[in-house]
Design a protein around this ligand. Structure first.
Ligand SMILES: [Fe+2]
Ligand SMILES: [Fe+2]
Length: 240
């Protein structure tokens, strides 16, 4: 569903109660997308805000499915502009909302940057949202930034996998069961954004062990299929 025809911003449900908001951009040749994921529940969670300048578009897309002031959690994988640039704009319009991220992210950046105190999540900690529940995984430096981690939504087996499996291009289906690994490896090799942490395989193996059936990718299409196998393919490629 297109929510802004000038920008092409859209919102689509990619798993039960999980909505992908996507805005095309021209930041790299061939185009790019910035995606955010909204988990609709008693305590609605937005994973990533988008760039500060995208705030009006992301807000408009959320408003198509729920009142924005209902937002309870604003999560981030790591501290970058596309992950949390619009954090304070959302905190201003959602009085109950709180930032949500790794203990490192909250300690190092969020509790200074954000206008409301953050809620740190310990590695392995689960947060109940209502019908959904999310578990935090610390993955420092995977693919980049000390504070990085991911959320796994247990009821839909959806891994909110941030910058993993980034695909270039401005036009993507909201969710696909086609090949995203080839395109994401092309993006990784074309613009090496990986920190290559020494225990990368171990961290990817922990994510694979959740056996996700949907990967909620931040740049490109979300993906449906055998997530464990796809994550292990990435671990093999990073070893090579
Ligand atoms: Fe990033
Ligand atoms: Fe990103």
């Amino acid at each position: 569903m297109i929510t802004n025809s000038a920008s092409g911003t859209s919102i689509d449900e990619i798993a039960d109660g999980i909505h992908r908001i996507s805005t095309p951009a021209t930041v790299v040749p061939g185009g790019f997308t910035f995606n955010q994921y909204l988990i609709l529940d008693d305590e609605p969670l937005l994973f990533h805000t988008g760039l500060r300048k995208l705030f009006p578009l992301v807000r408009e897309a959320i408003a198509a499915v729920m009142p924005v002031e209902r937002l309870r959690w604003i999560g981030l994988s790591h501290f970058e502009a596309d992950e949390c640039g619009a954090m304070n704009d959302f905190l201003a319009v959602a009085p109950r909302a709180q930032p949500l991220g790794s203990e490192t992210a909250i300690m190092v950046s969020i509790n200074d940057f954000a206008d409301r105190e953050g809620r740190p999540l310990a590695d392995g900690e689960t947060l109940e949202l209502g019908r959904h529940a999310v578990t935090w995984f610390d993955t420092p430096h995977l693919p980049h930034a000390w504070e990085t981690g991911y959320l796994f939504e247990r009821r839909t087996s959806t891994l909110l996998c941030g910058d993993l499996f980034t695909q270039f291009g401005a036009e993507h289906p909201p969710v696909t069961d086609g090949d995203i690994f080839g395109p994401s490896e092309g993006a990784r090799k074309g613009m090496d954004y990986y920190a290559h942490a020494p225990n990368t395989r171990g961290m990817l193996e922990r994510l694979a062990a959740t056996r996700p059936t949907t990967l909620a990718v931040m740049h490109g299409s979300a993906w449906r299929g055998d997530g464990a196998a796809l994550i292990r393919s990435l671990a093999d490629a990073l070893d090579a």
